[in-house]
Design a protein around this ligand. Structure first.
Ligand code: HEM
Length: 504
């Protein structure tokens, strides 16, 4: 794609962006997700043409309810969108999450995670449209009924995924939703490499919104249409190719996966490994995540690092990287948050001077090279918008032999402009990858599927390096998280949504 930036930076039209790209809807503690299939394309389009979608513009007072809409490629086809328009979307989106066995293997969707066992997302159970409903406490029931009634003529409801009321902690008991990339809404981050060498939380808009420059300084790939396809001028023109209508602009790709968490299995395994010692059990769980139960990072940034400490102000919880802990003594290299965001930069760490920089750039610094095993994070960020489901267990319930009789887990949702480079890379190379940052035969301690590598060695180990002596190793980790469904969606800008609903 063209690298030219316009001389004048055009502000983002927030009214055209779906709100979930800007807000986590934290006050909207109630939510549910409707998975729909088109039964009457005409009626479905009629609803989509005026669906009450909430934008990213700030409203005062904030809305009591919010609705967001996204499509799978099957959904676009079911709505009779022309093939050449659909072909303009990315290959991953068009192929879907699980149709290709190689992709499923790379994502770790084998064994118990295999798509054949999913509740939704595979075979005949691929949704066409995802409707995300959010509401302030007490308002969801009525809101959902109203929307279901509106959708009834055009869609058949495949699933209504019920979501737990928003809490701070996820089912294993850890505070979640702390670390997020900061999106450069003001478009002030320069798209030049020399300004991007150090780790920073700020991400170019084009990492999350289609139609803007990304961390490479390039406009994102997205469907661009010949002007005759948009003779009514419903769509914005592409910023870098002004004679094309930009169907992607202000949209994003949304990845959703239903992840069942075996909360009893997780805590019982750790309890047994810790010989029944509650403090050791908790320390090991925290090593697996890379944060304490309260969310304090095990590395840097704050002085409060032990399990019982109160969490410091939220801003501090994200102000760290792993430069001071290259061996993973404080936060193991394979901890979930270190894998999912290694917080490294384009160059291995070193002094600020030109000589140090040159040595590292040219590969003359052997020490630095050993710390350059993991790809630079800025090309692989995810904006997470997941919500939990099922009951939250107390520690006594988690440790008890009595089955809970119900399932709990995470509806993992993330937004990204490039599914292959962002979600798929993080999931396959960093989270499920069993060779990561010098580790061998270890997957993510929370999410790993424990499948054997090519030499037949199972990936069921978690190493915790020690300052003196060999690593402490937890062996025989069971699988704690199982995939139950998933799909790739396009979350359009609001004008693009209206265009899709009305174009022929
Ligand atoms: C049931 C499954 C999962 C659980 C229980 C879980 C749990 C957590 C927890 C407790 C945190 C720390 C809180 C925070 O930093 O916000 C976290 C962070 C994170 N997780 Fe997960 N997670 C799950 C699945 C995933 C998946 C599938 C991915 C990506 C493929 C992922 C990517 C991330 C990222 C990027 C972070 C932030 C890391 C950072 O910036 O420091 N997680 N997760």
């Amino acid at each position: 794609m063209n690298a030219q930036l316009p001389t004048e930076v055009v502000p983002v039209e927030l009214e055209d962006v779906q709100g979930i790209l800007r807000f986590g809807y934290k006050h909207h503690k109630e939510a549910c997700f409707l998975l729909l299939r088109v039964k009457d394309a005409g009626a479905a389009r009629t609803w989509l043409a005026q669906a009450p979608v909430t934008s990213a513009a700030t409203a005062d007072p904030p809305p009591q309810t919010a609705l967001q809409v996204a499509f799978t490629s099957e959904g676009l086809r079911a709505l009779d969108i022309a093939d050449d328009i659909i072909d303009g979307f990315s290959a991953e989106f068009n192929e879907g999450m699980c149709r290709d066995a190689d992709r499923a293997r790379r994502l770790g969707d084998v064994g118990q995670n295999a798509p054949g066992q999913w509740q939704w997302g595979a075979g005949e159970r691929v949704p066409h449209v995802l409707v995300l409903l959010y509401a302030v406490p007490g308002r969801l029931g009525e809101w959902r009924q109203a929307i279901e009634a509106q959708c009834d003529a055009g869609f058949e409801q495949m699933e209504c995924l019920s979501v737990s009321d928003l809490r701070d902690d996820e089912p294993f008991g850890f505070v979640d939703g702390i670390s997020q990339p900061e999106i450069d809404w003001a478009r002030r981050r320069p798209a030049r490499d020399q300004d991007q060498l150090a780790y920073t939380n700020l991400s170019c808009l084009g990492e999350f919104l289609l139609g803007y420059p990304n961390e490479y300084g390039l406009y994102t790939d997205r469907p661009l249409l010949e002007p005759h396809r948009d003779s009514g001028g419903m769509l914005p023109r592409a910023e870098n190719i002004t004679d094309k209508a930009d169907l992607g602009r202000n949209g994003s790709y949304l990845v959703m996966r239903q992840l069942r968490q075996d909360v009893q299995g997780f805590w019982q395994f750790l309890h047994q490994q810790a010989g029944g010692d509650p403090a050791l059990r908790q320390r090991r769980a925290e090593a697996m995540v890379g944060r304490t139960l309260r969310g304090v990072p095990l590395v840097g940034g704050t002085s409060a690092t032990s399990a019982g400490d109160a969490a410091p102000p939220a801003t501090d919880l994200n102000a760290f990287n792993y430069e001071s802990d290259p061996q993973g003594i404080r936060c193991p290299l394979g901890a979930h948050i270190r894998r999912a965001n290694p917080r490294n930069a384009d160059l291995p760490p070193g002094g600020p001077g030109i000589v140090s920089r040159l040595k590292r750039m040219l590969g003359f610094d052997a020490g630095a090279l050993a710390r350059d095993r993991v790809a630079s994070t800025r090309f692989h960020r995810l904006l997470r918008r997941g919500r939990d489901y099922g009951a939250q267990l107390s520690m006594d319930q988690a440790l008890s032999d009595t089955p809970t009789g119900s399932e709990s887990g995470l509806y993992f949702i993330c937004l990204n402009a490039n599914i292959a480079r962002q979600f798929e890379f993080v999931q396959s190379a960093w989270v499920m990858g069993i060779k990561f940052d010098g580790l061998e035969n270890e997957g993510d301690p929370l999410l790993g599927n424990r499948q054997a590598g090519v030499d037949g060695t199972p990936s069921d180990v978690f190493s915790m390096p020690r300052p003196d002596g060999p690593d402490e190793r937890l062996c025989g980790l069971p699988q704690f998280v199982t995939v139950r469904g998933g799909a790739y969606f396009f979350l359009p800008g609001i004008r693009a949504l209206r265009y899709l609903a009305t174009s022929r």
